[in-house]
Design a protein around this ligand. Sequence first.
Ligand SMILES: *[C@@H]1O[C@H](CO)[C@@H](O)[C@H](O)[C@H]1NC(C)=O
Ligand SMILES: *[C@@H]1O[C@H](CO)[C@@H](O)[C@H](O)[C@H]1NC(C)=O
Ligand SMILES: *[C@@H]1O[C@H](CO)[C@@H](O)[C@H](O)[C@H]1NC(C)=O
Ligand SMILES: *[C@@H]1O[C@H](CO)[C@@H](O)[C@H](O)[C@H]1NC(C)=O
Ligand SMILES: *[C@@H]1O[C@H](CO)[C@@H](O)[C@H](O)[C@H]1NC(C)=O
Length: 281
Amino acid sequence: MATSTTSSLFVLLLCAPALSFALDPHQVRTPSPLWRRGRSVPAAGFYNPHDSGGTMLTVAPNTGGLGEPLNVIVSGNSDEAVLADVEDNGGFRNYFLAVGFASECLGQHAGDAQTANLGDGHGTKNETAELRWDYGDPSLGTCQETIKGGNHFRYWIQDGPNANSGAFFLATSYELPIQRGHDIAFNGYNFGRDWLVGNATAQSSLIPTGNVTNGTTYSGSISYGGYTYHTDALYLSGIASNSTTGLNHASSVGGDGVEAVDGLVAVLTIKVTAKPTAAAA
Ligand SMILES: *[C@@H]1O[C@H](CO)[C@@H](O)[C@H](O)[C@H]1NC(C)=O
Ligand SMILES: *[C@@H]1O[C@H](CO)[C@@H](O)[C@H](O)[C@H]1NC(C)=O
Ligand SMILES: *[C@@H]1O[C@H](CO)[C@@H](O)[C@H](O)[C@H]1NC(C)=O
Ligand SMILES: *[C@@H]1O[C@H](CO)[C@@H](O)[C@H](O)[C@H]1NC(C)=O
Ligand SMILES: *[C@@H]1O[C@H](CO)[C@@H](O)[C@H](O)[C@H]1NC(C)=O
């Protein structure tokens, strides 16, 4: 049954005209350079981009400068292994396989890059990559996400000469199915963040988005590929704005007493607590 779902998805992908451009090899985004030395990590685990000319909003192409909130940060105080943008050695991408996110469908990327300025001296730069909810199937599940919608994030690494924390900044949101143009769902920025945190900390029930406040914490452990990770999540206000100024999709994401962005950022500090036997040093 899984096989037939997979193969019909594959056929759908090959046939759907809206997706055919996703097979253009020129769209493949190269992963960021490997680990960079000379990190200096402040106690918070990251530098506030606002302190040196950056912002906590991305810029989406063809929107006249609107963007999405950077609402999750993987702290530079996480284990070094997790701060490498790789799948092997228990790296960032293996961690997110444990959370339930994988690379994009068939390794391709649809659409232009978003950009962000993390105030690290690198100015505005393209997203490193985008990961999508994999519906329990790391190899083809993100093809379902592309069609059915779901949680996804783009990310950038704060590693420039002026603020080299090594932290990862994620713009997380829950998007609608492709027939609805991949708009962001109602409350989809705050929900996207909290469902990511809920999975990363192995919560048995949903994080109550309306009740999360400055200083709220969640903790828990998850595993993938023989690596077990312990994540401490801390919600902070005062770093990102709760204003909709500059926010893409602002009118459809908020309303009726729900703020499109509540201004809270979830900071994740991730430690590797077990490794595959063969990888143990
Ligand atoms: C950023 O991405 C765009 C495609 O979205 C590409 O045309 C451009 O060359 C990229 N810039 C850099 C510096 O990689
Ligand atoms: C985990 O993520 C999935 C997909 O976004 C979501 O449906 C589910 O509610 C999340 N679980 C928790 C505990 O947040
Ligand atoms: C959220 O807070 C309200 C009032 O403070 C409380 O009644 C409710 O039970 C809380 N919801 C959850 C899921 O914790
Ligand atoms: C949020 O809580 C932290 C402690 O966890 C505190 O240092 C900070 O000042 C608080 N921020 C705001 C805006 O109240
Ligand atoms: C939004 O942020 C402002 C400060 O910039 C604060 O006064 C206000 O309470 C915040 N609103 C909510 C609902 O968090």
